[in-house]
Design a protein around this ligand. Sequence first.
Ligand SMILES: Cc1cc2nc3c(=O)[nH]c(=O)nc-3n(C[C@H](O)[C@H](O)[C@H](O)COP(=O)(O)O)c2cc1C
Length: 188
Amino acid sequence: MGDLTMDAHRAIHERRTIHSYRPGPLDDGVLERALDAGHQAPCHKLTFPWRFVVCGPRTREALANIAVSIKSAGRTLPSEKITQIQNKILDPAELVVVTQIRSDDEFRSREDYAACSCAIQNMSLSLTADGVGSKWSTGGLTRDRASYDVLGIDRDLEEIIGFIWVGLPAETPAVKRPTLDSVVRRTD
Ligand SMILES: Cc1cc2nc3c(=O)[nH]c(=O)nc-3n(C[C@H](O)[C@H](O)[C@H](O)COP(=O)(O)O)c2cc1C
């Protein structure tokens, strides 16, 4: 169980995108808390534009196979390479797909995407506070038509905006950021 008393500032600073995961399940309640945190995000006009799909093992297997066919692009890959691609999809404890309800209004879509981004960040911070890693991914797999089919998402109604990999970090990368002064300007 992670440190449930972790304050918001510490979670904001400790959250990192995790690329490699140790196998192993999450403690009870961790994923539910993260989904609830996502659902607490702000949204203009109370559109609540986010939807979360928690993927089960059969869906994960199907997505892993789609990932292999995307990466192989018609060629035959060595079996170790296939296993490596599949494990990348299967190793994290959980996979949550976040979609945005589509709107015909361009401004509304923009605002709703911002709201969905807030939801994903809330999820990541909740997971960090529980000692769990995550990664927001927008790779080819997240945009492939076959992924929509496997996930049962109607492309006309919803857009996948991210796959959120969730699990126990195998390693936590350091990220060098520009200084705060370089991104802040104060006016008279
Ligand atoms: C909209 C969005 C899409 C992203 N897509 C990917 C991705 O497809 N693959 C990836 O490795 N990281 C992805 N990331 C994570 C960034 O690479 C990561 O945030 C960045 O390297 C900074 O690291 P940090 O999150 O630890 O601060 C994405 C982040 C955002 C906000």
